[in-house]
Ligand binder design. Structure first.
Ligand SMILES: Cc1cc2nc3c(=O)[nH]c(=O)nc-3n(C[C@H](O)[C@H](O)[C@H](O)COP(=O)(O)O)c2cc1C
Length: 209
């Protein structure tokens, strides 16, 4: 299974070669893999920023525990979740679904009302947690897509979300940073690439009930 080989190849890259860039063609494939991610009700209640701008990355580095990947990688990917999913978001989704699948939107009203009642009953905190969780599915697919393309990546939670939101002007757009990733090509000097993977034995991780 090629996926297993790819997952064995990848590792959380600590030091990127700052001279190598991911091509537009590969970036397009990575974007498509993220966009094909499953999401709750299919709502895709998040946005993904691809940050190439050096100045902005320099500003974000101190907010990322000083980690070098932020400035050295080819791109910094910022997954941002919508902090509120109101009825209008659900209506927009239903319009898109009806258009895409050639359905009568009136036939989707019952489904829409169900979604609105379920999502509307979440507390503001629970809603944020729910949308933030969706982004990790996108992150997982990004890591797998990068591995297949032999592009290195580092998933990262070592950053201050409040500072990211402020620097990137996300709060006023109803967004909040949930998780980030850096992508590019490993530096030959990155000793981490030689480390053996540390994983629990499979039998310990899984229980068959
Ligand atoms: C959600 C998440 C957050 C992480 N945050 C960081 C981080 O801020 N900096 C970093 O260098 N690695 C980070 N990592 C990488 C993990 O340490 C790494 O995935 C783990 O040790 C397993 O190693 P491997 O990915 O090389 O197989 C993070 C991983 C995940 C999934």
């Amino acid at each position: 299974m090629q996926l297993l080989e790819n997952l064995k190849w990848r590792y959380a890259t600590k030091k990127f070669d700052s001279n190598r860039k991911v091509s537009d063609t590969d970036l397009q494939k990575i974007k498509e893999a993220v966009s094909l991610s499953a999401s709750s009700y299919g709502l895709q209640a998040y946005k993904v920023l691809i940050i190439e701008n050096d100045e902005i990355r320099k500003q974000l580095q101190p907010a990322s525990w000083g980690q070098s990947q932020i400035v050295d990688a080819s791109q910094l990917i910022v997954f941002c979740n919508y902090t509120e999913v109101g009825p209008n978001v659900i209506d927009e989704y239903l319009t898109l679904k009806a258009d895409t699948q050639n359905l009568n939107i009136d036939d989707l009203k019952g489904y829409g009302d169900f979604m609105k009642s379920k999502i509307g009953s979440l507390s503001p905190e629970a809603m944020k947690t729910w949308t933030a969780k969706q982004t990790y599915i996108g992150l997982g697919n990004l890591l797998a897509a990068c591995a297949e393309l032999k592009i290195d990546a580092c998933p990262m939670e070592g950053f201050e979300a409040d500072q990211y939101d402020q620097i990137l002007g996300l709060t006023e757009k109803g967004l909040s940073t949930s998780v980030i990733a850096t992508i590019g090509y490993r530096s030959e000097e990155d000793v981490t690439q030689n480390s053996k993977k540390v994983r629990k034995p499979i039998d310990e991780l899984f229980d068959i009930i």
